[in-house]
Design a protein around this ligand. Structure first.
Ligand code: EPZ
Length: 418
């Protein structure tokens, strides 16, 4: 268990490289189970969620190992279709394995997935989609048991554009007999990345990024070396940190298009932004101006994974803002921690009403989930005085070398054991 000690009130300046996207790497690693050929995923961030996914792959009997910054997966040795509770509970993405394990073994037994405690996070859409492909599903004693004689393509209409359900169905359908069409599919950039990876293996997937994805089943998949996209949430987190602390930074390897909803808000805040190829330049040289409202929506709307960080920024803007979380039921757990730093925030149902204050003051806060933890770090960097952030194991799930990257921008932050 570690904590951060942060001396706030310093401008952030310099250049920071953006990691490969956690939420692309995880489904891609799950998809590697679909083929007997070796898969090499390039420049994978060294974060806890990825390490746990590698453990799950090994538990299925797949060869899965880090080679430098890459991960090589050999699905040919897979010999188990069961994911034990301890591992499944570690991360939400364990549920993605349902689709690929069923495709390989026609059976799967997985405990209910874990992940950030940000809401109910049911898997009903995942299971309904798999049933449409011919999978029989029973749930008992905290496990989901799946069986089928074969997987048969079908049309699936998602009640809501669930990222995980879209990805799970894609993985189950790529080797099904016939055509699968997913309607009201999630449109996140990570979905398009999973499509591109599957097609690199020889699958026939089209339409990702639109609301309708068509998958023509194929008999066999090959291997591939693949570089997933940049992590738009990490890039957004650093952009918000600069906006909140003041300064000027270059985000290298970022895709501005994938966070255009955030960049639009930061311009409203008064930040100067320039984009050149895979670099985003952001400058903030005065107290940010409040944006009236932020509403999280499925892509391309404002990302729920930047909601906490954006709310932290709102706390020091001139003026008032309303931040509404439309995707998850309890994604404001970080608010009492920000109030400890002097933030003026009131949460009513799914909205946080924020009255901007001149400055936050350093305090000891506790992270309860990944993105809420990142928001507390960003707030501490901007606050007057010294802060401690506990529970940073949540942050380690999704941000590789977070303190090193921030220190590279001039932040005074260090990790200490407790
Ligand atoms: C993915 O989670 C991401 N995780 C989340 O990022 C992200 O917040 C979320 O998509 C939304 O963009 C990964 O990709 C590993 P959903 P997922 O299914 O797939 C409801 C982070 O911080 N729903 O799109 O679990 C659900 O309750 C993490 O990196 C059902 O009702 O999200 C939620 O209200 C946090 N039934 C909404 O859909 C289902 O079967 C969106 O969830 C599935 C979902």
């Amino acid at each position: 268990m570690d904590k951060y000690i942060i001396s706030g009130g310093r401008r952030l300046e310099g250049s920071v490289g953006i990691q490969t996207a956690k939420n692309a790497v995880l489904p891609i690693l799950a998809a590697a189970v679909l083929t007997d050929e070796p898969v090499r995923v390039l420049n994978v961030p060294d974060i806890t969620d990825v390490r746990n996914m590698v453990k799950i792959l090994a538990c299925l009997g797949c060869g899965a190992e880090y080679v430098g910054n890459d991960i090589i997966v050999n699905g040919s040795t897979a010999d188990s279709c069961e994911i034990p509770r301890a591992l499944a509970h570690e991360l939400r993405s364990s549920v993605f394995l349902l689709g690929s394990v069923i495709s390989r073994f026609r059976r799967a037994k997985i405990a209910y997935p874990g992940g950030c405690d940000i809401g109910l996070r049911p898997v009903d859409l995942h299971l309904a989609g798999l049933k449409r492909l011919g999978v029989g599903i029973t749930e008992s004693n905290g496990y989901i048991l799946c069986e089928c004689d074969r997987l048969t393509g079908n049309e699936i209409m998602l009640d809501c554009p669930s990222v995980g359900a879209t990805e799970n169905i894609m993985l189950a359908a790529v080797k099904a007999e016939g055509v699968t069409v997913i309607k009201n599919a999630a449109r996140e950039p990570e979905i398009e990345d999973v499509q591109n990876f599957l097609n690199a293996l020889g699958a026939r997937v089209r339409g990702a990024g639109s609301g309708t994805i068509r998958i023509d089943g194929v008999k066999k998949l090959g291997g591939a070396e693949y570089q997933p996209i940049a992590d738009r949430i990490e890039a957004g987190t650093f952009a918000i940190a600069v906006a909140m602390c003041g300064g000027e930074a270059e985000l290298v390897g970022a895709n501005a298009e994938n966070i255009s909803s955030l960049l639009h808000k930061l311009r409203e805040n008064g930040c100067k932004l320039r984009v050149k190829n895979d670099r985003i330049f952001i400058r903030s040289d005065r107290r940010p101006v409040a944006v009236k409202s932020v509403e999280t929506q499925p892509y391309p709307g404002f990302p729920t994974d930047l909601q906490a960080q954006m709310t932290a920024l709102c706390t020091v803007c001139s003026g008032n803002s309303i931040v509404t979380e439309n995707l998850f039921e309890t994604r404001f757990k970080y608010v009492p921690e920000l109030r400890r730093m002097g933030a003026d925030i009131t949460v009513v149902d799914r909205s946080a009403f924020v009255r901007g204050v001149e400055r936050l003051r350093g305090a000891t806060t506790v992270a309860h989930d990944l993105r809420g933890g990142a928001a507390l770090v960003v707030a501490a960097l901007a606050a007057e005085g010294e802060s401690e952030v506990l529970g940073i194991e949540h942050i380690d799930r999704g941000y590789a070398a977070f303190e090193y990257k921030l220190a590279g921008l001039g932040a005074k932050i260090k990790r200490v054991g407790i």
